[in-house]
Ligand binder design. Structure first.
Ligand SMILES: [Zn+2]
Ligand SMILES: [Zn+2]
Length: 167
């Protein structure tokens, strides 16, 4: 199966914003950090990481706000200007300039979020005590090393981004 054939569409709550991921994501995080908990008003966040140029806005537009993040990197969150639902985010600064090229799609805004399950659970040191991790889950108490977790194909895609960012 080519990853280019697998697309996913999503949108905000009011229908103003519609978007498409034009391939499978690089990886899907289920993040249990206290920051994601607060931002989402929930127990965790599920984010699909994908190259920004693989996200097409099909209808409407987004407005971006900047919020501080614990790492010191500013996080940009893209929201529907009408219903304010956040559809994705990205970071302004990450080593090698890669961050602006990768979006964190909020999986709950996809039409079929069940098709995009988490690949890895991170920051489980602060997970909700009542949430039981699936027994087969790949779990990290904090973060992880990309080379040890991402698929070979995703690592190649990320390397392509890094070299593009340096040009
Ligand atoms: Zn909306
Ligand atoms: Zn988090």
């Amino acid at each position: 199966m080519s990853d280019q054939t697998e697309t996913h569409e999503g949108g905000c709550a009011c229908g103003h914003v519609r978007y498409r991921m034009t391939s499978q994501p690089l990886i899907v995080h289920c993040c249990h950090c206290s920051w994601c908990q607060r931002q989402n008003g929930s127990a965790f966040a599920v984010n699909a990481l994908i190259e920004s140029d693989r996200v097409q806005i099909l209808e409407g537009d987004v407005v971006e706000i900047t919020v501080p993040s614990p790492s010191g990197k500013n996080q940009r969150i893209a929201r529907c200007p009408k219903c304010q639902v956040a559809v994705w985010s990205y970071y302004l600064i990450i080593r090698g300039g890669v961050s602006e090229l990768i979006r964190f799609i909020r999986v709950g805004t996809l039409d079929n979020p069940g098709r995009v399950p988490p690949d890895v659970h991170i920051y489980t040191s602060t997970k909700a005590p009542w949430f039981t991790l699936p027994p087969e889950a790949l779990v990290f108490e904090e973060s992880y090393k990309i080379d040890e977790v991402w698929s070979e194909d995703s690592i190649r895609r990320r390397q392509a981004l890094s070299s593009a960012a340096q040009r």
